[in-house]
Design a protein around this ligand. Structure first.
Ligand code: 5GP
Length: 105
């Protein structure tokens, strides 16, 4: 399998603006923001879509990381996950969208 777009971003083969990173997750600015602040929180462990994650601790860590990243930049925010092509997913490597900044511009 060829690496996903986000694997290539994690490997720094494709440039991005990284706002958070630890051993297991990276958060980057979305290249085509749909809000004044639009971040993507991405697990380094590859899964195609979020409903492939069956381990509760792994799922919990992903959401806790998304909340931590969101709270580092925003007081109020929206967390969104597109699941499958019919759900609007375009990049098939699990990620959570963090959207906000409408109140602060
Ligand atoms: P999805 O529709 O899969 O839930 O969201 C994929 C997101 O990835 C989209 O919001 C899109 O703008 C973003 N995206 C696509 N290509 C790139 C890229 O090369 N760099 C970054 N930073 N974001 C990207």
């Amino acid at each position: 399998m060829s690496p996903t777009l986000f694997e290539r971003i994690i490997a720094r083969e494709i440039p991005s603006t990284v706002v958070y990173e630890d051993d297991d997750y990276i958060a980057i600015k979305d290249i085509a923001p749909k809000a004044p602040v639009h971040l993507l929180v991405i697990p380094k462990k590859v899964s195609t879509r979020i409903d492939e994650i069956s381990d509760a601790a792994e799922m919990g860590r992903l959401w806790l990381t998304a909340v931590k990243v969101a709270q580092s930049q925003l007081a109020d925010y929206r967390l969104v996950v597109n699941v499958g092509a019919g759900g609007g997913q375009e990049v098939f490597h699990t990620h959570i969208h963090v959207l906000g900044g409408w109140d602060t511009g």
